[in-house]
Design a protein around this ligand. Structure first.
Ligand code: UDX
Ligand code: UDX
Length: 469
């Protein structure tokens, strides 16, 4: 089937790679000419394991996507048009919908009769109707322009068939770093539409994924026992709410674990054991209960803020969601407070950060706890050094005031304190004896609770975990 994808960010590229791998004919549209040029050269502009490989498989199967900046080329003739443009937060927490607006208008200008316009971006509840209106406007403007031209006039005399389309919402739940896995083997596929034919056609598009009728790629194996993917069919507004609620719930789970961690600190319990204990209850589930310096990234903060705004527009104060955010950002301050209470005066102290990215396996620095922590320490006069396997270049652009070390040895030598910020595999199993021997002090803040407290204490570290000691 012919599919257009508008926006070649994380969501757009993963969507394009997946559908082309499944054998569909894909065209990707982006206004960023440099990005499109790179994609046409075979370069993948983001770091996402398996993405390049999936594109290669599609190329081998003869379904390599077309990347273009020409809207007409991408949209005309497409049966399905996925909108995957960014909806970044504005200063007041509301989602910036300008990219969505221009995408919808462009679609209206070029879409073919019977096309389905599908929102994959996380959009405020109610956007489905707004997109429909904008596309309609584009269609109407096109008709008016055609009527003004001679050819259009002739066409109107023959009573040209009006362009019809429907709108759907199909939220994604992919995590950066495992986006391909999450897309090929999802827990569910959510389709929100008010039209049964549209639902049937979308189910058809997803058929091979739903039934798992594709040869699993060698680099992204199907989990053992993985069966048919449930399809959840709702109206558009509920589908939009599902996306926000899923992220808000996950963010809340982590904030809950962090709040319990802080109480564990006070009473002398170990939060990793507590979370293991509660997570074994199938009603709670054991995922997303890792306490530490909290969540970051492009989604949780933005989505929780956006759903708070939506509620407030209806005069409702969502206390639980507000607390979810507050608890999260206080975890970052906690690291600074702990360092302050151990080192007393931070001025002139050398502090090293292990990891910069908001989580492992990505170079994404959006809302990364590392930046807030580093800035607070620098403000108090400390020298902050940091290292990351792949996010350093992105971090340099945001925070040039950090000293970026080129090796672990350079990072740790002469440090007063070391903080584990991102639990990259490489940082989970360091030779801590050798690390300590190069440091000036012995403070280790395990911001992700990865090390065995007693083992590090035995080596001579002043080990400080997040809710364990
Ligand atoms: C609860 C715990 O489930 C149990 O593990 C613990 O040992 C004692 O407390 P109980 O109060 O008997 O058990 O019933 P439960 O079925 O868990 O429901 C508790 C309350 O929550 C009920 O009023 C129920 O109506 C309500 N509930 C439950 C909801 O409102 N929503 C739900 O999704 C589940
Ligand atoms: C998230 C959602 O998981 C995904 O479904 C949605 O589509 C986009 O947002 P992502 O932001 O890529 O994905 O990463 P995720 O793996 O969810 O981690 C988010 C943050 O939570 C990271 O900073 C991570 O370090 C933190 N985290 C996660 C915890 O602090 N504890 C946990 O137990 C899990």
């Amino acid at each position: 089937m012919k599919v257009a994808v508008i926006g070649t960010g994380y969501v757009g590229l993963v969507t394009a790679a997946t559908f082309s791998f499944l054998g569909h004919e894909i065209s990707c549209l982006d206004v960023n000419a440099e990005r499109i040029e790179r994609l046409n050269k075979g370069e993948i502009p983001i770091y996402e394991p398996g993405l390049a490989e999936l594109f290669e498989l599609s190329a081998k199967n003869g379904t390599k996507p077309v990347f273009t900046t020409k809207a007409q080329q991408a949209i005309e003739g497409a049966e399905f048009i996925f909108i995957a443009v960014g909806t970044p937060p504005k200063d007041n927490g509301e989602a910036d919908l300008s990219y969505l607006e221009s995408a919808a208008k462009t679609i209206g200008t070029y879409l073919s009769d019977g096309a389905i316009v599908i929102n994959k971006s996380t959009v405020p509840v109610g956007s489905g109707n707004w997109v429909r209106m904008l596309v309609e406007k584009g269609v109407a403007e096109r008709a008016a322009a055609q009527n003004q031209s001679l050819a259009g006039f002739a066409q109107s005399l023959t009573k040209a068939h009006p362009v019809t389309f429907t709108v759907a919402s199909n939220p994604e739940f992919l995590r950066e770093g495992s986006a391909i896995f999450d897309t090929l083997y999802p827990d569910r596929i959510v389709i929100g539409t008010d039209d049964s034919k549209t639902r049937d056609r979308l189910e058809d598009l997803y058929k091979s994924l739903k039934e798992q009728k594709f040869k699993e790629p060698s680099f992204c194996k199907r989990p053992e026992g993985f069966g048919e993917v449930p399809m959840i069919s709702t109206d558009i507004t509920s589908a939009e709410m599902i996306k926000y609620s899923a992220n808000a719930f996950l963010a809340m789970k982590i904030s809950f674990a962090n709040q319990i961690a802080n109480i564990c600190d006070l009473v002398g319990a170990d939060v990793t054991e507590v979370m293991h204990g509660i997570g074994s209850d199938s009603r709670i589930g054991n995922k997303f209960l890792s306490a530490g310096i909290g969540w970051g990234g492009s989604c949780f903060g933005k989505d929780v803020q956006a759903i708070i705004k939506i509620a407030q527009e209806y005069d409702y104060e969502p206390e639980l969601l507000k607390a979810t955010t507050d608890v999260n950002y206080k975890q970052r301050e906690l690291v600074v407070k702990r360092l302050q209470s151990e080192l007393k005066i931070l001025k002139g102290k050398r502090i090293g950060l292990l990891g910069l990215a908001f989580k492992p396996n990505t170079d994404d620095m959006r809302d990364a706890p590392s930046i807030d922590i580093a800035r607070a320490l620098i403000k108090m006069g400390a020298e902050v050094r940091a290292i990351d396997p792949i996010a350093t270049e992105n971090a340099k652009r945001i925070a040039p005031e950090i000293h970026y070390s080129s090796s672990l040895e350079e990072l740790v030598s002469g440090l007063d304190a070391l903080v584990l910020v991102t639990e990259w595999d490489a940082y989970k199993e360091l030779d801590m004896k050798s690390v300590l021997s190069k440091m000036n002090g012995n403070i280790f803040i395990d911001g992700r609770n990865q090390y065995d407290p007693s083992a590090l204490k035995a080596l001579g570290f002043n080990y400080i975990g997040m809710g364990r000691h």
